[in-house]
Design a protein around this ligand. Structure first.
Ligand code: ACM
Length: 555
């Protein structure tokens, strides 16, 4: 197998001149983990042991896979970089994986797994006694960005814990290192907060769910819900950490909060709405029911965040800040009094005050706030970072003002959007974004000067789950596009127009076999498989989906 089938593409992969042939892993193969790399050795065994059936015992020597951190590699390729070489003639070691840190060693082991062929991704051996052959190569590699993320919305549709763990494995296999966990929204609250039990007793459940786009006439009348306990969250965070993935929790405020208000009506604008009669929302879109900008709300969310900080070690904590309609604040005497008391100009500044409060609160506890680009409106809190989703503009403005930025423009990397124009896409919504479109996505707008560009921490793909009811629907929307996205985030690709998409497609032939071995229900290049079409229920004509309003004409 050619090492050029690696996804994401490495910086350098060379078949060693003058050493044709290959190297096999077999019963004699051992794993030699040097200090700091023991955790990576555990992962290597856990990944390759079941697939190969090999013992992969501890031990050094000519048949060993040596794993170690190296100051040299760190100097040359950074903490997440690695150097991997396979050498049949070496006397002391068969495979050497050196990383700039344990994370680099871990990404090198992911490459090693790809070099062994798609069967190395299975959960059990397909045949005993087969050869596990490695090409004789040297790979030198490092990521382009330090933030290579995926956001998963578990509020619109709850994903059981085991499916979240599996998603973390899939991120790791693609060298992605940030899992942005969208835990709260109008349609559900998904994290246990011990001091506020109704957030999950009430807020985690909805009576019914809109089926398809919000314009669809269909309802799923089954109650829907679920949440993660503190122990579930600890397990998810620890599982991610073993894979060198940081989990960034999102508690969305002050909009997208109807589920919380349904649980605790005093959080809403009680002087303009009967919040006691609100339920967890059953439709899609942007709810007008937003948090009241008063002390009750501030103290409540400080309590929520205290528990969140106890569970998530991530420096960044996402507080949402997107799509907060200001109508209730305009009508609310209490909100208007607050604007006056604080000497603010308008409701945008009130939102800004709200976000600044939590920016300071998090900073006092050694954390950093990140929010969607609406947090720029009314003035950005010092130290805050921005997830630029409405396009590049918010990210550009934030980076030029010296704020850190994660680029995730909806026109490019919202993986809920359809991946082809055909009618047989299941529940097609939004922009058409093909595999090639994602491959040609460029996180750094060319207009950014070097100083501002240095504030772009990286990029993430966002997975909103209004039309993804379960794991297989998530698989379909996410793959194969996440593989293209991972290459954009990791690899040193040329400018979008010069990218070798045909070459990527050729490498993807091998990568599809890896995804098959992993049991991923991806969209094949030729279009959905019969069960993926999910035809509309009897009586419906056309697709369930409708374009997002205001989208360009290709929807
Ligand atoms: C968003 O898509 N509302 C961040």
């Amino acid at each position: 197998m050619s090492p050029t089938n690696l996804v994401p593409a490495p910086l350098v992969a060379e078949c060693r001149a003058g050493s044709p042939g290959c190297l096999s892993l077999d019963e004699r193969t051992t794993v030699d983990a040097r200090p700091g790399a023991e955790g990576v050795a555990r992962r290597l065994r856990a990944m390759l042991g079941p697939a190969t059936g090999l013992p992969l015992a501890d031990g050094s020597g000519p048949h060993s896979i040596l794993l170690r951190a190296s100051a040299d590699v760190e100097r040359e390729y950074g903490p997440e970089g690695y150097r991997l070489s396979t050498d049949r003639s070496a006397e002391d070691v068969a495979v050497l994986v050196e990383g700039g840190s344990a994370a680099g060693v871990f990404w090198g082991v992911q490459t090693l797994r790809q070099l062994l062929g798609p069967d190395a991704f299975r959960r059990a051996p397909v045949a005993r006694g087969r050869d596990w052959v490695l090409p004789l190569v040297t790979v030198e590699d490092r990521p382009r960005f330090s933030w290579r993320g995926m956001m998963l919305d578990v509020a619109r549709h709850f994903l059981p814990k085991d499916d979240v763990l599996r998603q973390l494995d899939l991120l790791a296999a693609h060298k992605l290192n940030v899992f942005h966990f969208h835990l709260t929204d109008d349609q559900g609250w998904r994290i246990e907060i011990e001091r506020y039990p109704k957030l999950t007793e009430v807020g985690a459940w909805r009576a019914r769910t809109k089926h398809g786009h919000r314009a669809s006439p269909l309802w799923d009348d089954r109650p829907h819900g679920g949440y993660y306990t503190h122990d579930d969250i600890r397990e998810i965070v620890a599982y991610a950490a073993e894979r060198h993935i940081t989990v960034v929790p999102e508690i969305d405020i002050p909009g997208h909060s109807q589920a919380a208000i349904a649980a605790y009506p005093e959080l809403g604008n009680t002087d303009v709405v009967d919040t006691a009669s609100l339920t967890v929302w059953d439709n899609w879109g942007v709810s007008p029911n937003v948090l009241a900008p008063g002390d009750t709300t501030l103290r409540f969310y400080e309590g929520v965040l205290e528990e969140v900080l106890g569970l998530f070690p991530s420096v960044f904590v996402h507080i949402g800040g997107d799509e907060c309609p200001k109508d209730q604040w305009k009508e609310s005497p209490a909100a208007q009094a607050r604007i006056k008391e604080l000497g603010l100009a308008d409701e945008d500044e009130l939102q800004s005050w709200f976000i600044r409060h939590f920016d300071r609160w998090l900073a006092d506890r050694g954390r950093r706030l990140i929010g969607w680009d609406e947090i720029l409106e009314g003035g950005l809190a010092p130290g805050a970072a921005v997830s630029s989703w409405r396009g590049y503009q918010g990210g550009i403005a934030a980076a030029e003002a010296g704020h850190d930025v994660v680029m995730c423009p909806e026109q490019q990397v919202y993986l809920d959007h359809r991946q082809a124009a055909g009618d047989d896409e299941p529940m097609p919504i939004g922009y058409v974004r093909t595999l090639e479109d994602v491959y040609r996505f460029e996180p750094l707008p060319p207009s950014l000067g070097p100083e501002a560009a240095a504030h772009v921490l990286g990029t993430q793909a966002n997975v909103w789950t209004e039309v993804m009811q379960d794991r297989s629907r998530v698989d379909y929307q996410v793959f194969p596009r996440l593989a293209a996205f991972a290459e954009v985030a990791w690899s040193a690709l040329p400018a979008p127009a010069e990218r070798d998409f045909a070459g990527f497609e050729r490498r993807m032939e091998t990568h599809y076999a890896r995804l098959d071995a992993l049991g991923v229900d991806y969209r094949p290049p030729g279009g959905p498989r019969p069960w993926q079409r999910r035809p509309a229920p009897a009586g419906m004509t056309g697709s369930l989906g409708r374009p997002i309003e205001g989208a360009p004409p290709n929807v």
